[in-house]
Design a protein around this ligand. Sequence first.
Ligand SMILES: Nc1nc2c(c(=O)[nH]1)N[C@H]1C(S)=C(S)[C@@H](COP(=O)(O)O)O[C@H]1N2
Ligand SMILES: [Mo]
Length: 322
Amino acid sequence: MLIRKAPEIRASEITDETVYLNRRQFLAAAGITAAGIVGQSTALAAIASDPGATGRVLQNVSESPLSLNEAPNSWSDVTTYNNFYEFGTGKSDPHENAQAFRSRPWQVEVTGHCDKPGNYAYEDVINENILEERVYRLRCVEAWSMIVPWVGIPLSDILKKFEPQSKAKYVRFRTLYDPEQMPGQRRRILDWPYVEGLTIEEAMHPLTMMAVGVYGRVLPNQNGAPMRLVVPWKYGFKSIKSINYIEFTDRQPKTSWELSAPQEYGFYANVNPGVDHPRWSQATERVIGAGLFAPRRDTLMFNGYTEQVGHLYSGLDLRRNY
Ligand SMILES: Nc1nc2c(c(=O)[nH]1)N[C@H]1C(S)=C(S)[C@@H](COP(=O)(O)O)O[C@H]1N2
Ligand SMILES: [Mo]
């Protein structure tokens, strides 16, 4: 992955000091208690007046106690500063090149060690009546971060429907392969299609979610419509977008970045400020939207989720298993 030098940062990113309402403030302003509501996303209230926000509003979104109590980045940060190499390697390429992408109708192939394999329609995989909003920090391996109000379903709820067998030790995911729609796939930047994987324990962990929306609305294409993984304690590249294939397997799957540069990217990719990328430090991160002169933020072990996920890695050498 490329890191940009300061002169390549667009002016719009620097001046984008958009409405940094404290989350509690906007909850109060919207007349909503911290206990949460069902029916409308609270983040949605914060951007109700943002003319840039697009996409169908998702109904029946409940607030999750697993959310960070921090203000999310702006709609514009979340939907125009993206990594999605199928649509180009620049940060604004996905937003520019994914507009015409057909993310509906959508089929997902489910295969491997489970009792209910098959081809499922989006609607069979995602029950839009049980959506949750989860405000998580996204920490990219390139050492930048932002806070995103995702909407989705715990991945475990989805995977259980396919009835995984005891031989299912890992779950492998794949992005759609369609070079006609995805111009980045016409160039050999990666060995397409993009593939990712998790251990079954990681996949079933309550923090792991399948996102289908952001800011209370259907996920924009550039964010991985119609469904993408969100694994908040791992580097962003684990959160594979536009998934159309899920496989239960007994062998640790190879992932796209591991295949492309095994000395730089491993299977686990847990956020770890103590293990530097061979080409840059992982100790701190640039906070998107904070302004050019804002101090960098200290990166936290497991992106701040040590208490919740640390046990998954007891006995694992995190320096070797990067
Ligand atoms: N299929 C696919 N999924 C992907 C990527 C990609 O290039 N292709 N980029 C990853 C990286 S590096 C990051 S940081 C996140 C970015 O998610 P966002 O653009 O929604 O913030 O998506 C991840 N998922
Ligand atoms: Mo990333």
